[in-house]
Every structure is written in structure tokens, then in C-alpha cells.
Design a protein around this ligand. Structure first.
Ligand SMILES: [Zn+2]
Length: 441
């Protein structure tokens, strides 16, 4: 995944401190350098650490939950009946526990860096410190943010942005950096978007927002502002190379060309889009138009290989065209393109001078020589449980498929206690439908 997309067979990666010093044939590196320690990666794929371009770590708390809700029949109802009742009951303890669980799962399955958006209208202050603590405990790298929204009140939106601002002024905390997050254009005023853009520019950090995930976002902007979502965001000055637009399922070709022209990136979340039945994002058109697209999990399935495979498959079946997207393009969305989305110049590829975020993967059964098309093998033949070793910034955090920095069993028992309490809180309150745009927005 370096600039020339080199594939080195029988290769080795030489690491010194937190950086990669050389990537070359193993024989050549062995004769030139004497390593203090060697990770045996024979018969393995060695990849740059996978980067998740959009997630909600707290989404892992929903796994297997028994929320007693009337089944939602569209995307807005999914937010109103599932996600919003959940986030209204989140406190910092649950923020920490869900982040810990999600980070353990991502580390074990090959993700070394992620961009997270957290939401908890009743637990805003200090939430990002709690999440950063969990990320650093596992040893991952993360960009984290609080999702500012005015869905209940204007004041809440300002407090959300303030939490981002506070964390940005103290980050990086270990390997964790801050960024700015705004929920979606149908829950925020022009004023809040402007404030978010100003903070991102002042700190020189990324800004992220959900864009046209469901049709309601498009309808809202047409009804209120007489324009589509991307057109409104361009008018508000949000679109720039520091912007990452999550989803972008319902776009016109004009909107795609606006995104391409402004240099904003798009985070594609195929598995979440399938789960929420919102549609298929026009990723092939975006790629052909020069839009930088990265891959996210949206807080649903945290195994990067599953998300990679979904992105590889969904566009083929949707268009009934097996040539519509290639294995290499999809792997780039989870590596160098994801790094570019967030301005992470030192990540996303294995090359001298880059940070040593490295993943070693070996399929359970080697069914074919690797000498053919390695992209095809990675996309079609690997899964997260095949990950053997994971290095972040030159530090091994997974070896022989086990976490090295945390005691997984002990951490799991803490997670379970916290999520159990959260579920009890969820069972107590009435499951009300929150109208978007309440409070005069
Ligand atoms: Zn999302």
C-alpha cells in the first residue's frame, strides 16, 4: 500500500523504535541489519494496520441487547427507537466499557487505528477522557470525538462541541487524538455547523458528519433550505480536505462532483447500510470521480475483514457487474485511503519512514500459493480470527492471537458488569420516540 503499491514476496519489515526503517526481501534485510527480535511471519501476509474510517465504539453495547421496542420500519425509526434511547442512558462508565470491548475486538482482528464518534446527551463532560483511557489500555491508535447534535436543544449542541474542543486542547493522550463531530444535517442548525468548522480549522483537525444516510436527511434539507445535503454543507463551508462525510448513500452526480472538487472524503459503511436497509452508496461513481473513499463499520461489525468483504461484494450484486470494484481498491479503502481521509500521513502503508503499525495474518489453511494476486487472497481468503500479530507504533499489542497489554478475561468481566447495568437502565425507562428538530431547530 505504499505509493507504488509494491508487493514484496518473501519480504520483511525492519522496525526501529516506532517507525518502519525498511521493507525489502527478507534475505537482503537479514544481511544488512541485525534485529534484536524477530517476529516469524513465514507463510503470512504482512499488511499495514487496517484503519476504520467511521465507527461508534458504544455500538458494541447493543450486541444481543433485548430492547423491548416496536420494530422500526425505517432508518429514522431505527434512530428514534434504538440508538437514541441507548445514547440517552450512556454514562462515562459505559463509554469506557464499550470502548474497551470494541478496541479489544478491533485489535484482535487487525484494526490498528479508527475514527470514533460518541453520543451521550446526558453524559457529555469527560466522556472522551473515558474513551481515551480504554483505547490506550488496549494499545490502539484512535481519533475520537463527541457527536454534537441539537436534536433535543440548542444548548446540547454547544456542549457537545465544547467537549471536542476541550479534548482537542489536551490531546494527543497517548495514541489518541481528538477531532470534531457533528451528527447529521437534519439535527443541526447552520449556526452549529459553522461553529464546528471554526473549531476544526483552529485545531487543524478532521471534522466528520453523517451525510444522506437515509432519505430523511435529503428531504429535510430540501424542505428547509431548498437544497440537497451536500449542497447545504458546501454553502456552510464544511466541505474541505479535512471533512469526512459518513455514508453518502443518497447522492446525485452533482453532489459527487462537489465532494470531488472540495477534496472532502467519504466513509463507506456497507454492513451498517445493509443492516439499516438504507440503500447502497454510489461508491464506484465516487471512486471514478476522484473522491477519496475510506471504509467504516459504523459501530456494527468490528472485524475489518468482514467489512472489507462486504464492500467488495455489495456493489457487484447491486449493479450486477462483477468488474465494478476491485480487491485492491477495497483494500486501499481500509488502509492508505483511510489514512488520507484523516490526514494521517504516517499511516496506511508499509514504507520506510512510516509509523510501524503492522498486521501479520495467516489463513487457517493455505489453499493456494501467494504468488498470484495477493489482493484477491486477502479479500476472499482472510478473516479477523486469522490475525496472528499486531504492532502499533513499533509496540506489539497482539501476539499469537492474544492481547498483550490487557488481561482479556479480566477486562471482559468489567465490560459485562457495566453493560449489564446499562441494559437495566434501558429496561427501566419508557421507550419514547424522539422527534427530530424539537426545540425550534
Ligand atoms: Zn455513524
Amino acid at each position: 500500500m505504499d505509493e507504488n503499491l509494491r508487493v514484496v514476496h518473501d519480504g520483511a519489515v525492519l522496525v526501529e523504535g516506532d517507525r518502519i526503517v525498511a521493507v525489502d526481501k527478507a534475505d537482503r534485510l537479514k544481511s544488512e541489519a541485525k534485529a534484536d527480535s524477530i517476529i516469524d511471519a513465514r507463510d503470512c501476509f504482512v499488511l499495514p494496520g487496517l484503519i476504520c474510517g467511521h465507527t461508534h465504539l458504544y455500538g458494541i453495547a447493543l450486541r444481543g441487547s433485548g430492547m423491548r421496542v416496536e420494530p422500526p420500519s425505517d432508518f429514522l425509526q431505527i434512530l428514534q427507537r434504538v440508538w437514541w434511547p441507548l445514547d440517552e442512558r450512556l454514562e462515562n462508565d459505559a463509554a469506557y466499557a464499550s470502548a474497551l470491548a470494541a478496541c479489544m475486538e478491533m485489535a484482535l482482528t487487525g484494526t490498528t487505528c479508527f475514527a470514533d464518534t460518541y453520543s451521550a446527551p446526558n453524559g457529555i463532560d469527560g466522556s472522551l477522557d473515558a474513551i481515551a483511557r480504554a483505547v490506550n489500555e488496549v494499545g490502539l491508535r484512535g481519533m475520537i470525538s463527541f457527536e454534537a447534535t441539537e436534536r433535543r436543544s440548542r444548548e446540547e449542541g454547544v456542549r457537545g462541541l465544547r467537549e471536542n474542543e476541550r479534548f482537542l486542547s489536551v490531546s494527543p493522550v497517548g495514541r489518541v487524538m481528538g477531532m470534531v463531530s457533528i451528527h447529521a444535517s437534519f439535527t443541526v442548525t447552520d449556526d452549529l455547523v459553522g461553529k464546528g468548522v471554526e473549531i476544526a480549522e483552529r485545531f487543524g483537525c478532521p471534522i466528520t458528519i453523517h451525510v444522506s444516510e437515509g432519505p430523511n436527511d435529503v428531504y429535510h434539507n430540501i424542505e428547509r433550505y431548498g437544497m440537497r445535503t451536500v449542497e447545504r454543507l458546501e454553502r456552510l463551508g464544511l466541505l474541505s480536505p479535512r471533512a469526512v462525510l459518513a455514508h453518502c448513500v443518497h447522492l446525485t452526480s452533482r453532489e459527487i462532483s462537489i465532494i470531488a472538487r472540495t477534496g472532502a472524503s467519504v466513509a463507506h459503511n456497507p454492513m451498517s447500510n445493509m443492516l439499516n436497509a438504507v440503500g447502497v452508496a454510489p461508491v464506484p461513481e465516487m471512486l471514478r470521480s476522484g473522491v477519496n473513499v475510506c471504509l467504516g463499520n459504523d459501530g456494527y461489525v468490528f472485524d475489518a475483514f468482514e467489512n472489507i468483504r462486504a464492500a467488495f461484494l455489495v456493489h457487484k450484486v447491486h449493479r450486477r457487474d462483477p468488474t465494478i470494484i476491485s480487491a485492491r481498491e477495497v483494500l486501499e479503502m481500509a488502509t492508505n485511503r483511510a489514512a488520507r481521509s484523516y490526514g494521517l500521513k504516517d499511516l496506511g502503508s508499509l514504507a520506510a519512514g512510516k509509523l510501524a503499525d503492522v498486521v501479520v495474518v495467516r489463513p487457517r489453511v493455505m489453499a493456494a500459493p501467494y504468488s498470484g494476486d495477493p489482493y484477491s487472497y486477502v479479500i476472499n481468503g482472510l478473516r479477523g480470527s486469522d490475525v496472528k500479530a499486531v504492532m502499533v507504533g513499533g509496540e506489539l499489542i497482539v501476539r499469537e492471537g492474544r492481547l498483550l497489554k490487557v488481561d482479556q478475561r479480566e477486562a471482559e468481566s468489567r465490560v459485562l458488569r457495566s453493560i449489564q447495568t446499562l441494559w437495566e437502565r434501558l429496561g427501566e425507562g419508557p421507550h419514547h420516540a424522539v422527534e427530530p428538530l424539537r426545540g425550534g431547530v
